[in-house]
Ligand binder design. Structure first.
Ligand code: ADP
Ligand code: MG
Ligand code: MG
Length: 535
């Protein structure tokens, strides 16, 4: 990707009248026509603003940055300007949030549906199997979660071919960036207040984004429902976390509700946790009212049995789990695929209009025991994505985990034979998913081996969002490249027995990544935080 520093903007144009026209036809990111000095000034201002306003992540070049707050910070990767996004699609995505919240809740209550849908997956996927074991134990003891808190994020892409807003996935555990996402919207608003006139852009077209404060409010309400003023909110975090400031944004808001927050790793919870006879969870002697997971979604979060026993301990307790094991399972890709089958949504939702709205955003989703679709995918692999039951393989994630990724790759080189290595290495590079030629290779391999491993995956229609030019900021350098974007809508759901206390859409997150990043290569994982400019 070229850098803006070397961008030849060409003529410095008269901005007033001409930029006004450009704002209608090609409103954003047409910085080609803008004076280069002005672009450089915006970049400078944006970097200063980010540092002053906590739009930061740990800097991987500084060893302690993932452990000690205040050490080794760098601005979070961000787009210089917000992405143009049609208001109608934005409203559609927002409207879906409370419906998905309700859907997750209903699905979570159907233990048999979760177990049955994941039976085949369980045989081949050790991680999902462990989650299901915890879930089974809860079914056996007839564990009831009277107070249920969901902090979800449903992700969408706008498919250029069909002109439909299609769901990528629904995250029910550890939804990242409610904090930094809010701040990126503020950064963009601030830039447009300053430079909008020159750019022909209006800062008011960036929709309000209160994800972090609404999530904090939901947590505080859950804490209130739990009704133990001395109890704390516990964030389950990875022991090394470069995205800690996003999490701290949320926790610092908890303080405004007079709620104390503690941060623990799964290993610490195993060491310090105990369960009182009445179900109270104590960690380090403190009663816990809400357990908020920002770890525990990936196999690497459970390096030993201790972490699993911590997870079980929390699940057995009366603390409000965000998410509970059932909410977690309801957000797996396999369940997403099951819900897309005919007549399944009808089991969980009553309102016909809601069902129609949800169905409209479903992309094609299939399990691999559908021989016809497997043949089609072998024939035209570029039209499909193969997904394992994993979380957090998104490109942003890789930015923070590059060192682990390298280590992982080396381990792969040592342990796996060449053929297997090739497929796996490439899918790891693009997150957990498999694209393009690798879809064909993997499907053929699975077919040949005739093993049950196919149950570890689902097939999904590949969505093709339109590309646009973006200015992506990373490490203080601006890269200009073609990019695609993914819109996430946060939703909060809080229920106490029959009473729904909160069921709302809570802000958004736009993520923009260079469009070639699926195919791997050096730039793999180059994605930035972004916001929306409504058109
Ligand atoms: P994760 O839980 O790892 O984030 P996702 O389903 O979100 O899993 O996939 C990771 C990334 O892969 C997404 O952010 C998106 O960029 C891309 N992706 C996923 N599904 C599709 C699809 N159907 N079409 C195109 N890209 C997709
Ligand atoms: Mg996910
Ligand atoms: Mg995702």
């Amino acid at each position: 990707p070229s850098k803006v520093g070397t961008l030849k903007c060409g003529k410095v144009r008269e901005m007033e009248s001409q930029e006004g026209v450009a704002a209608i036809t090609n409103p954003m990111r047409d910085l080609e026509t803008v004076d280069e000095d002005l672009v450089q000034q915006m970049i400078y201002d944006a970097l200063v603003w980010s540092s002053l306003h906590g739009l930061v992540v740990g800097d991987k070049n500084v060893q302690r940055s993932g452990r000690t707050p205040g050490v080794g910070m760098v601005h979070a990767p961000f787009a210089l300007l917000p992405l143009s996004f049609p208001e109608s699609y934005y409203s559609q995505a927002c409207e879906l949030a409370p419906i998905f919240n309700e859907l997750v809740d209903r699905v979570s209550l159907d233990g048999n549906f979760l177990q049955d849908s994941l039976t085949r997956t369980k045989k081949v996927d050790a991680f999902t199997s462990r989650l299901l074991d915890i879930h089974s134990k809860m079914l056996e003891i007839n564990k009831k979660e009277d107070i249920r808190l969901g902090l979800h994020r449903s992700d969408y892409m706008l498919d250029e071919h069909t002109k439909l807003l299609l769901q990528i996935e629904l995250n029910t555990i550890s939804c990242s960036f409610p904090g930094l996402g809010t701040i990126v919207s503020e950064l963009h608003r601030s830039l447009l207040i300053h430079y909008g006139e020159h750019l022909g852009l209006d800062s008011k077209k960036i929709p309000g984004n209160s994800s972090v404060s609404r999530f904090a409010e939901a947590m505080a309400k859950a804490w209130t429902e739990y009704n133990n003023p001395r109890a704390v909110v516990m964030v389950v975090a990875q022991s090394e976390e470069r995205n800690m400031y996003d999490q701290h944004w949320l926790c610092s808001l908890n303080n405004t509700y007079n709620v104390t927050t503690i941060r623990k790793s799964l290993a610490e919870i195993d060491m310090q946790g105990e369960l009182l006879p009445d179900g109270t969870l104590l960690v380090g002697g403190q009663a816990v009212s809400v357990v908020y997971f920002r770890a525990g979604y990936a196999p690497s979060d459970y390096p030993s049995e201790s972490e699993w026993s911590a997870r079980l301990l929390m699940e057995q307790s009366s603390a409000i789990k965000c998410p509970s094991i059932s909410y977690h399972l309801a957000g797996t890709k396999k369940i997403q695929q099951e819900l897309a089958k005919p007549n399944v949504l009808e089991r969980f939702l009553d309102n016909k209009e809601d069902i129609a709205k949800v169905r409209k955003c479903f992309a094609g989703l299939w399990s691999l025991d559908d021989a016809e679709i497997v043949s089609k995918a072998i024939e035209r692999p570029e039209l499909y994505v193969m997904k394992p039951q994993r979380e957090g393989g998104g490109p942003i994630f890789l930015i923070f985990t590059l060192p682990f990724f390298l280590l992982f790759t080396i381990i792969y080189i040592i342990h796996w034979w060449e053929h297997c290595f090739r497929t796996r290495f490439r899918y790891f590079i693009s997150g957990n998913n498999i694209y393009g030629e690798d879809v064909r290779e993997t499907l053929l391999r699975l077919k040949k081996e005739g093993s049950e491993e196919d149950a570890a995956y689902i097939l999904m229609q590949r969505i093709f969002p339109s590309e646009s030019l973006a200015y992506l900021m990373r490490d203080g350098v601006c890269h200009k490249d073609q990019a695609i974007s993914e819109l996430g809508i946060y939703g909060a759901y809080l229920r106490s027995k029959d009473k729904v206390i909160m069921n709302e859409q809570c802000g958004y997150l736009m993520r923009t990544k260079i469009s070639s990043s699926n195919e791997g290569g050096v730039a793999a994982g180059f994605a930035v935080l972004d916001s929306i400019y409504l058109t």
